[in-house]
Design a protein around this ligand. Structure first.
Ligand SMILES: [Fe+2]
Length: 342
């Protein structure tokens, strides 16, 4: 068996492949690590046939949709997943065949309604249903402590005690556990009475995860994260460094337009010498009159260097093939001590 465990922060993803056929599955991939997964799959000589999300994640951005598209592999989720981009939906007991490997889905609602665990040979991928020394929380959308109790005590913990447990989260650097070890030591599993378990889960009072609304939005709808939108724009445009631009202002080379796309007050409080002002909100409306020559070289700048990237990518899409974005914004420009015009 080809088996690779990836930690991205506290998130755990797994690449599991069949040694003979070289077919593989990728479980719970995270958006920022796409290149790592693809690199390792290539290195291992396996082809990812299925991308699986054990549930709708609320705390990180799933790479399921992007990877599924890139690999022409179906994104697999539980039948009740709200994600419109899930290509293959599993019911309790359904099995995926990956070369000689067999992965069986257990529907284990509780952390979320669409949570599932995947049982394969000597191990189980528990998603956020069972963690090492913990369980998934039940206070986020579609969470239900009663359902988690049933999923754990009537399903997951009924697996043989020697079954290896690979969770979707682990914050202390442990790679795995076993069902037996969790039953013996996991503090949350010591409350074997349903009412006591539910009460314990209801009193956890956990802080909301960072990016909760954005992660839910993107994972439930297949929409993009803001970081993704920016990364896509950045991939479509070249940049100019602050130092390079500063040098070009000082010299005689003025064959370019510095386009400041901030709001008027910010522009008037201080801008790069000779910069033209055109707020981002008016860019598409005024671009035809402001830039009649599509061969003009345009350097976009904003306060933080992010919106200017979007603007440069938009200008390139509109045909301004020499549009570039400033690498950094006016904040960095001021911090670097470069001159301002008022
Ligand atoms: Fe989760």
């Amino acid at each position: 068996m080809v088996f690779e465990q990836f930690a991205t922060g506290g998130c755990q993803s797994y690449l599991v492949g069949c040694e003979t056929s070289r077919a593989a599955v990728l479980i719970d991939p995270e958006l920022s690590a796409i290149d790592r997964y693809l690199g390792l799959a290539a290195q291992q000589g396996v082809q990812i046939r299925y991308v699986i999300d054990t549930h709708t994640h609320a705390d990180h951005f799933s790479a399921g949709r992007e990877l599924g598209k890139a690999l022409s592999a179906p994104l697999v989720m539980h039948r009740s997943s709200p994600a419109p981009h899930a290509d293959m939906r599993l019911d309790d007991g359904d099995m995926l065949i990956v070369g000689q490997l067999r992965l069986k889905a257990l529907h284990t609602p509780g952390h979320t309604q669409d949570s599932m665990c995947l049982v394969m040979e000597d191990r189980v991928f528990t998603g956020d249903t069972l963690l090492i020394g913990g369980t998934g929380r039940t206070d986020l959308p579609t969470g239900d402590p009663h359902a988690l109790y049933e999923s754990l005590f009537d399903k997951v913990l009924k697996l043989p005690p020697q079954t290896l447990v690979y969770p979707a989260h682990e914050y202390k650097g442990r790679s795995h556990s076993t069902i037996g070890a969790e039953m013996a030591d996991n503090p949350r599993l010591q409350k074997t009475d349903r009412a006591a378990f539910v009460e314990m889960m209801q009193q956890l009072n956990l802080a909301a995860p960072t990016h909760l609304t954005e992660a839910l939005r993107t994972n439930m709808t297949g929409g993009k994260s803001v970081a993704q939108l920016l990364a896509e724009a950045a991939a479509k445009t070249p940049f100019m460094s602050l130092a390079e631009l500063n040098e070009r202002i000082g010299g005689n080379s003025r064959d370019m337009v510095i386009l400041d796309i901030r709001e008027r007050e910010a522009f008037e409080a201080g801008h790069i010498a000779g910069a033209r002002h055109l707020p981002r909100g008016q860019l598409e409306l005024r671009v035809n009159t402001e830039f009649p020559d599509p061969t003009v070289r345009i350097v976009t700048c904003c306060e933080l260097g992010k919106i200017s990237t979007l603007a440069a990518a938009t200008l390139r899409e509109l045909g301004f093939r020499r549009a570039v974005a400033l690498d950094g914004g006016m904040q960095s420009w001021r911090e670097a001590g470069y001159p301002l015009e008022m």
